[in-house]
Design a binder for this molecule. Structure first.
Ligand code: 13P
Length: 341
C-alpha cells in the first residue's frame, strides 16, 4: 500500500471548490428516477443520461470525482469512448460503488447489513485496472420505534465498513466510508445527533482495529438533521452547528475530508447546510458534497429523455454543481446575497 498516493487521491476528492457526483444508482434505483421523468429504463438510456452528465465540461469543473455503478464503469459512450475516459478527461476521478446493497439482518427486525465482502478483492483489482481510484460502501442505519437502531446492527455494519476499507487500501483504492443514518421517520435532531455519534464512534473503532490508515479514506456521513416527518424542524445554522459538533467529537483529524450525502434533502437545503458549515469553519477536515439526488434532480427533470434537452440538462447540472462548489468554500450565501442586491 502506498499511503502517500492514497492520501493524494483523497485530498483531490475533497479539494476546495469541488465535490463528488454520486451517479452510482443501481439499475433498480435509476428506474425510480427515470419513472419520475417518463424515461424507459434501458441500458442505452442509462448510458445516454450518464454520458450527458460526464460530457458537461462547465459542470464537471466542480466535480472532483464520480461514483459509478458496475454497469457504467464498463460502458462506452455513443462514439465508443469509455465513460471513465470522459471523466478523467474532465480532470475528475472515477470511483465505483462496490457494496451489493443492504439486506435484512437476521435476528434484527427492520434492520439491515450491507453485503458484498466476498470476492471483493478481485473486483477491486479489476476496477483499478479500468481506472477507478476510489470506491464507496454504504451502510444503512434506520431510526425507528422499538429500539432501532440496535447496538448489534450498528456494530455489524461498522465491522463490514472496516473490512471493506482495509481491502480497498490493500488494492490502492481510497475507500469512501459511508454510514448513513436515514432521514426517514419523525425523529428529532437530538435523536439523529445521538445515533450519528454512536455510529461514527463505532465505525472509527472498527477502522482502527482493522488497521485502516485514516489519511487514505474519505468519510461520507449524513448531516445531523431532523427526520423528514419531524414537526419541529431545525434551522440551517442549527443543523450546521450540530453536525460540526458531532463530527468533532468522533472523527479523528487524520481524515482528509468529509463528503456529505444529501439523503433526501432538497437541492437548496443540501447546498445551504454545506455552506453554513464551511462558513462556521474551525474543523480539521475539508468539507464538501457527495450528492446524488441533490445534484441530479434538476438535470434529470430538464432532460426527460429527450435529445433536444441535453443542453438544458447540462446547464441545470452546471448551476447546481457551481452552487455546491461555492458551498464547499462557504461562499454560496454571500454570492446569492450579492446577486439579489
Ligand atoms: P444522495 O445524495 O441522493 O443521498 O446519494 C448519495 C449517495 O451516494 C448515497 O449512497
Amino acid at each position: 500500500m502506498d499511503l502517500q498516493a492514497l492520501n493524494a487521491v483523497a485530498e483531490a476528492m475533497v479539494a476546495p471548490g469541488r465535490g463528488i457526483l454520486a451517479a452510482d444508482e443501481s439499475t433498480g434505483t435509476i428506474k425510480k428516477r427515470f419513472d419520475a421523468i417518463g424515461v424507459e429504463n434501458t441500458e442505452t438510456n442509462r448510458r445516454d443520461y450518464r454520458e450527458l452528465m460526464f460530457r458537461a465540461a462547465p459542470a464537471m469543473k466542480y466535480v472532483s470525482g464520480v461514483i459509478l455503478f458496475d454497469e457504467t464503469i464498463w460502458q462506452n459512450a455513443a462514439d465508443g469512448t469509455p465513460l471513465v475516459d470522459l471523466i478523467t478527461a474532465a480532470d475528475s476521478i472515477p470511483g465505483i460503488k462496490v457494496d451489493k446493497g443492504a439486506k435484512a439482518l437476521p435476528g434484527f427486525p427492520g434492520e439491515t447489513i450491507t453485503e458484498g465482502l466476498d470476492g471483493l478483492g478481485e473486483r477491486l483489482a479489476a476496477y483499478y485496472e479500468r481506472g477507478a481510484r476510489f470506491a464507496k460502501w454504504r451502510a444503512v442505519i434506520d431510526i425507528a420505534d422499538g429500539g432501532v437502531p440496535t447496538w448489534g446492527a450498528i456494530k455489524a455494519n461498522a465491522h463490514a465498513l472496516a473490512r471493506y476499507a482495509a481491502l480497498c487500501q490493500h488494492h490502492q483504492i481510497v475507500p469512501i466510508v459511508e454510514p448513513e443514518i436515514l432521514m426517514d421517520g419523525a425523529h428529532d435532531i437530538e435523536t439523529c445527533d445521538r445515533v450519528t455519534r454512536l455510529t461514527l464512534q463505532t465505525v472509527f473503532d472498527e477502522l482502527f482495529i482493522a488497521r485502516v490508515a485514516l489519511e487514505g479514506i474519505v468519510l461520507k456521513p449524513n448531516m445531523v438533521i431532523c427526520g423528514k416527518g419531524c414537526p419541529k424542524g431545525a434551522s440551517v445554522d442549527r443543523v450546521a452547528e450540530r453536525t460540526i459538533a458531532a463530527l468533532k467529537a468522533t472523527v479523528p483529524a487524520a481524515v482528509p475530508g468529509i463528503a456529505y450525502l444529501s439523503g433526501g434533502q432538497t437541492d437548496e437545503q443540501a447546498t445551504a447546510h454545506l455552506d453554513a458549515m464551511n462558513r462556521i469553519g474551525g474543523f480539521p477536515w475539508k468539507m464538501t458534497f457527495s450528492y446524488g439526488r441533490a445534484l441530479q434532480a434538476a438535470p434529470q427533470k430538464a432532460w426527460s429523455g429527450k435529445r433536444e434537452n441535453v443542453a438544458a440538462a447540462q446547464a441545470a447540472f452546471e448551476h447546481r454543481a457551481r452552487m455546491n462548489g461555492l458551498a464547499s468554500l462557504g461562499q454560496w450565501q454571500a454570492v446569492l446575497e450579492k446577486a439579489a442586491a
